[in-house]
Design a protein around this ligand. Structure first.
Ligand code: PMP
Length: 388
């Protein structure tokens, strides 16, 4: 990534770490198809196995529970479709009859849930952005077994969800819980056993690894109904030649992300100082999710009357990269589902931007952001009519 840029958009994607880059290049040079029996194939297989161990280690799972995918979108789709359609294969008493997703899930979860053949209901969140467990309990009690989807931490606000408590509740009603944990690694510890979920999604490019590779961690392989068939890769559960270089980079990123969690106090301090300064520059700034537990790296805030798009463009001109509310694949700015679910009015939500920090963030990046943002707010003040 360009060195002049103060890159503060780690929740969208993280810069690749130098050791990851080196390992990706090395794996490309090694070559070989992991399914081939000759020595080139065996070398490629070893690269994949080593990465699988590292990803399993990251979340305290066993390597057999890790299935590599093309990213979190595929992993979320694989989990939701499998649990919705294939739960009966796991020899549970009955199959799921509906899908419950929290109202702040990522588009990849929303898309997969509504495309499945079961009715979908949304679990409300509090004004702080935390899923309402009492509402979940009522919903679980009002119908048949459910596939429930709850993210570990929200990509826009950083609000952390009570996943382990939700899993216990869901299981007590005979359902299944899928957790999209994409925003966790490198920011907070992620423990598959402690979360006690059935399936869990990870994405390499949110933790300093390459894009286009992720994983679904599964409690029992029998839960998975393959969506791609043909080859026998990933124990027949995800056909297609493995993205060996991407997987190799993912493995290194997973291994290194423990160091980032160790640095999270420092990141938390930078975020705290950022938010103190925001309030000095614009006393009417509204910062979202502050009364909940949040990831240490994320700040989502709005100043009414200053459109998110205007801010993102002005900041970009000052070589500062941030996102508008939910960053969209099309580059278009849409108002955020998460903020809407938290009861934030549309005209405020449309002014929300997200600053997200990570492994290579320095105080100078935050200062550059504050300088540019402060100028933007000054311009706004100059345009505002003076009180008579
Ligand atoms: N879930 C969450 C919470 C995310 O933030 C993202 C990335 N924006 C995804 C899923 C999709 O990840 P991927 O790009 O690996 O498909």
């Amino acid at each position: 990534m360009d060195n002049r840029l103060a890159y503060l958009d780690y929740n969208a994607t993280t810069p690749v770490k130098p050791d990851v880059l080196a390992r990706v290049a090395e794996a490309l040079v090694i070559g070989g198809n992991p399914s081939s029996v000759h020595q080139a194939g065996r070398l490629a297989r070893a690269v994949v196995d080593q990465a699988r161990d590292a990803v399993a280690d990251l979340v305290g799972a066993s390597p057999e529970q890790v299935l590599f995918t093309s990213g979190a979108t595929e992993a979320n789709t694989l989990a939701i479709r499998s649990l919705a359609a294939g739960a009966a294969r796991a020899q549970r008493v009955c199959a799921a009859t509906r899908i419950l997703i929290s109202a702040v899930e990522h588009d990849s979860v929303v898309g997969a849930a509504y495309a499945a053949d079961l009715p979908v209901e949304e679990i409300p969140v509090t004004a702080a952005g935390v899923v309402d467990l009492a509402a979940l309990e009522r919903m679980l009690g009002a119908g048949g077994p459910a596939v429930v989807v709850l993210m570990l931490a929200n990509n826009e606000t950083g609000v952390i969800q009570p996943v382990a408590a939700a899993a216990a509740l869901v299981h007590s009603f005979g359902g299944w819980l899928h957790c999209d944990a994409v925003q966790g690694p490198g920011r907070v510890a992620v423990d598959f056993e402690a979360l006690a979920v059935d399936t869990l999604t990870l994405s390499s490019h949110k933790m300093g690894g390459p894009q286009g590779v992720g994983a679904l961690v599964v409690r029992h392989l029998a839960l998975v109904s393959p969506q791609f068939v043909g080859g026998g890769q990933e124990r027949g559960l995800r056909a297609g030649t493995e993205n060996v270089a991407g997987i190799a980079g993912f493995g290194v990123a997973a291994h290194l992300s423990a160091n980032d969690v160790a640095r999270s106090n420092e990141i938390n301090e930078l975020r705290r100082d950022l938010e103190v300064e925001l309030q000095k520059i614009a006393p009417d700034v509204r910062i979202f999710g502050t009364s909940a537990e949040r990831l240490p790296n994320t700040s989502c805030f709005a100043v009414a009357g200053v459109a998110a798009e205007t801010q993102v463009i002005a900041l970009d001109l000052a070589d500062v990269a941030v996102s508008a509310g939910a960053a969209c694949s099309s580059g278009k700015v849409r108002t955020s589902r998460a903020l809407r679910a938290m009861g934030v009015p549309e005209d405020t939500a449309s002014c929300a931007i997200r600053v997200s920090l990570g492994w290579n963030t320095r105080r100078a990046d935050i200062e550059r952001f504050l300088g540019a943002w402060s100028e933007l707010m000054d311009r706004r003040r100059r345009r505002e009519p003076k009180a008579a």
